[in-house]
Design a protein around this ligand. Structure first.
Ligand SMILES: Nc1nc2c(ncn2[C@@H]2O[C@H](COP(=O)(O)OP(=O)(O)OP(=O)(O)O)[C@@H](O)[C@H]2O)c(=O)[nH]1
Ligand SMILES: [Mg+2]
Length: 458
């Protein structure tokens, strides 16, 4: 039994009720960390003492506290972490001992627990995780993925708070205007709709999407029987909640699953690949990263470093190589060596004489020839701080290569949330993940309902 099934049992029905009503985004990895794929690369632990015999704990009170936190019957990760990390200044024997106790209490088989601890120890060392808050946040992410707690209420709330901060600017604009509009006495007359239109335009939605949204809202208000401004918030809330389609589960007839990342310069493609690889690795998949951005040597080097850190394989060729050849040979390597997932990086721009879209189409053709059905997903990366440009980028890439889903990065900055509403309305593409920072753990599933709530909350 893996970590995952153990905790599902522990969570009981709470886990089910904590699921978002909109369902959860399609995950790149389906296996718990316990289900180590044979041959998956485990970072080598160097100079890290994994024994827990060195200094003895001055007090064993934490055992009782942890046992109590666990027997409360609900998985509340912050309670566990509080006990695990009390008086722990840095990763070391004390922490390993506590983790062993946690896993033993959860009935996690020894080898899986040891693999978790070894990988965490190696990561803490490689990333020099010394600050208690960094240690806490990394351990939290790893436990959440390994134990499949991402949709648990507490975790959703914490992501929601970050989302709300990122969307603060958009929300400010929105809520002041909406508050005044909804505070009006009276019905949904022409002045009301004009006022609403103005607010949407101010929130970077663009005129086309705004017209469409207004028309949808008129229909929805009628069907909900709402005729006065004071009740309009409900109408807007339910419209926005349903605006983001859910990612589709790709059909992968034979391994490996191939994901191609596209997007303009600097939006976060390479970083997102590292984050996706990291997630998939923590969930027990064998991941190969393919350095298809051959435009700059630095891009290849950046990926090689990340692949090493997150325990993924890397396929790269020299700077200036044909990206389609990189894609072909990477899939060949993945097939021969039993990788589950290939993440293909691509360039955001090329030398002016080569057309980027033509290049991307060629990569797709070559992939499909080599491995029918590949790429199983073409993921467009968009920087959330971009304004209306996000719309034209989506149009461009979608028309040229067919985008299956969007990853929205830099939502920790001053995100322009309204633009995503217009992308969703205009192109009906799902958003699968959001980037909330530069650390590996800062990539989380997108929940449309929460995004809408974060936009509208005042
Ligand atoms: N704050 C924040 N920064 C991010 C996020 N995602 C990526 N970045 C940063 O954005 C910058 C560009 O990221 P890259 O991954 O190199 O972008 P890219 O799309 O691969 O860029 P090119 O290879 O030049 O086309 C880096 O400094 C990243 O750390 C995020 O979610 N939040
Ligand atoms: Mg890049």
């Amino acid at each position: 039994m893996g970590l995952f099934s153990t905790v599902k049992k522990l969570l009981g029905s709470d886990a089910a009720t904590a699921m978002p009503s909109g369902g959860q985004p399609q995950e790149l990895a389906q296996q718990p960390v316990g289900a180590q794929t044979p041959g998956a690369q485990t970072p080598v632990v160097q100079m890290t003492d994994l024994s827990d015999t060195a200094p003895t704990e001055p007090s064993q009170a934490w055992r009782d506290s942890l046992a109590a936190a666990l027997s409360a019957g609900r998985a509340k990760i912050s309670d566990w972490l509080a006990v695990l990390l009390t008086d722990i200044a840095s990763p070391g024997p004390q922490l390993w001992a506590r983790l062993r106790f946690l896993f033993a209490t959860l009935d996690v088989p020894g080898p899986e627990a040891e693999a978790f601890i070894a990988e965490f120890a190696a990561w803490a060392q490689a990333m020099n995780l010394q600050k208690p808050e960094d240690l806490r946040s990394e351990l939290r992410y790893r436990l959440i993925l390994a134990l499949d707690l991402e949709q648990e209420q507490e975790e959703r709330t914490s992501i929601f708070q970050k989302l709300t901060q990122g969307l603060a600017k958009t929300r400010e604009r929105f809520s002041a205007g909406l508050g005044a509009l909804f505070g009006r006495t009276g019905g949904l007359d022409a002045a009301f709709w004009d006022g609403l239109e103005e607010i949407f335009i101010m929130a970077d939605m663009g005129s086309e999407a705004t017209q469409k949204l207004i028309s949808n809202l008129k229909t929805r208000a009628r069907s909900m029987g709402v005729t006065e401004a004071a009740r309009f918030r409900e109408v807007l809330g339910s419209e926005l909640e349903g605006i983001f389609p859910l990612p589709k589960k790709p059909k992968v007839a034979a391994a490996p699953e191939v994901v191609m990342m596209v997007g303009v310069n600097g939006v976060g493609k390479t970083t997102t690949i590292a984050k996706l690889a990291y997630r998939a690795r923590l969930q027990g998949r064998k991941v190969l990263i393919a350095a298809g951005d051959t435009f700059r040597a630095a891009a290849i080097g950046q990926l090689e470093i990340w692949a090493g850190r997150v325990g993924a394989g890397i396929f790269s060729k020299a700077e200036g190589s044909d990206p389609a050849a990189v894609a072909f040979e990477a899939v060949d390597m993945a097939q021969r060596e039993g990788f589950d997932l290939v993440l293909l990086d691509t360039a955001g721009r090329l030398h002016t004489k080569v057309n980027l879209m033509e290049e991307l189409r060629k990569i797709k053709r070559v992939l499909d020839k080599k491995h029918p059905g590949a790429p199983h997903r073409t993921v467009l990366v968009i920087d959330a701080t971009t304004g209306q440009n996000a719309l034209s980028q989506t149009k461009l890439f979608h028309e040229a290569v067919g985008v299956d889903e969007i990853v929205l990065t830099k939502l920790d900055g001053t995100a322009k949330g309204g633009v995503m509403v217009s992308v969703a309305i205009t192109h009906k593409l799902p958003i699968s993940f959001i980037g909330l920072g530069e650390r590996m753990e800062d990539l989380r599933p997108f929940v449309g309902e929460d995004f809408a709530k974060a936009l509208l909350d005042d």
